[in-house]
Design a protein around this ligand. Structure first.
Ligand SMILES: [Zn+2]
Length: 384
């Protein structure tokens, strides 16, 4: 197959005048200059959603934003009212919308055991992280671990802790010993650091209201997790809004990746993630659509625009090229457990490809103004 777009996005950068020859398996075997009239589209590797909760899709627009702690309490209540049929429908709807916005790989966080089957039905690839929460079972969490192990087994998922503050320390160590890929929410708010460093703030009060206590570690939440052994390329930290410069350099040194979820962070009033510093430290970073209950409509272009805008708003700009890379090859490299293969429009690479209907694009930033209606899959394909 020969693809002759007028431009293509390579390592996040828009380049003109190249055509791409693919073999029967879909592998790119040759990249060279145009040998004929190009077609009016831009070629790009399919998007990678580095952090997702499909099951909250039908809760979109039902929880007011503004404050993370209010939001998470309301989400926890609304989840109880979701029937199994609604959760399955939510996963299927979110999967279809991910497909429509050009996503092929998803790193999914799953509380209930239905997202994995939905992702398979829709032809997606990527790990499913079965969330372990033991907050209410911290005296004897073994039974809860078994429940979560069983849920994970039903959908080929890896057990992963939801967050430091929702999982007791013995269970954090137990999850580490499972040996699988790990993804955990870290430093979404400053309250997590106040809790681990000094045993203060809203999380300490929350523990107290249940009659629980947990001694502070004297360190940030990221450093507390790194010290427990949450390190290496099998680990992804999600959000990272309240990471210090020290945290960032330790995360880089530990080869832990980060998922950036800008629209969710804005909606929930989280500190602005210092993505410029993450990239400069050499951290593998992916862009995550998170859940529609916080981020809003499933739209990778809107997520990319938010990422660019936020970085500019704090005077630490990243470029549109870096954003596109976070949403494609960089995001792919950030997801634990995916094969280490090139994810870019280069010879020897093989990945699902998108055709973007846009004329006259001059640079990557021109593509950020698109929406899912511009997306179609090469070869009719949804990557399958
Ligand atoms: Zn999340």
């Amino acid at each position: 197959m020969l693809l002759r777009p007028y431009a293509a996005v390579i390592r996040g950068r828009l380049q003109w005048g190249l055509e791409f020859r693919l073999d029967d398996s879909g592998m790119i075997v040759e990249v060279g200059p145009h040998t004929g009239m190009p077609e009016p589209y831009v070629l790009t590797p399919a998007f990678v959603n580095a952090h997702s909760h499909l099951e909250y899709r039908t809760l979109m627009g039902q929880i007011p934003g503004g404050d993370y702690w209010t939001w998470i309490r309301q989400l926890t209540e609304l989840k109880k009212s979701q029937t199994e049929a609604e959760v399955v429908a939510s996963c299927d709807l979110a999967a279809a919308e991910n497909r429509a916005t050009g996503v092929h790989f998803i790193a999914e966080h799953s509380d209930r055991p239905f997202a994995g089957a939905s992702l398979s039905r829709h032809g997606f690839e990527g790990p499913v992280f079965q969330e372990l929460i033991t907050f209410l079972e911290q005296a004897s969490p073994e039974e809860k671990r078994q429940i979560v192990l069983d849920r994970a087994a039903t959908q080929g998922a890896a057990v992963s802790p939801h967050a430091y503050h929702t999982v007791d320390e013995s269970s954090l160590r137990w999850v580490l010993a499972q040996g699988g890929p790990l993804s955990i929410h870290v430093a979404e708010t400053q309250a997590e650091n106040d809790f681990t460093e000094r045993g203060e703030g809203p999380l300490a009060a929350f523990y107290e209201s249940f009659g629980f206590s947990r001694p502070p570690t004297g360190k940030s939440v990221a450093q507390s997790l790194l010290d427990l052994g949450f390190a290496g390329e099998r680990v992804q930290f999600v959000h990272g809004c309240a990471l210090s410069d020290t945290d960032i350099s330790l995360i880089a040194g530990a080869d832990v990746s980060l998922a950036h979820c800008p629209r969710s962070n804005i909606a929930l009033g989280c500190p602005t993630a210092r993505v410029r510093r993450w990239l400069d430290a050499g951290i593998r970073v992916g862009l995550g659509l998170d859940s529609a209950a916080s981020s809003g409509p499933i739209d990778m272009f809107d997520e990319m625009r938010a990422s660019l805008d936020l970085s500019r708003a704090i005077g630490e700009p990243i470029t549109a090229e870096e954003v596109w890379w976070m949403a494609t090859g960089g995001g792919y490299a950030s997801i634990p457990s995916l094969p280490k293969v090139p994810y870019d429009l280069v010879p020897g690479a093989k990945m699902p490809l998108l055709r973007l209907s846009v004329e006259g694009a001059h640079e990557t930033e021109d593509l950020l103004g698109l929406d899912p209606t511009a997306v179609s899959w090469i070869d009719g394909g949804d990557g399958a």
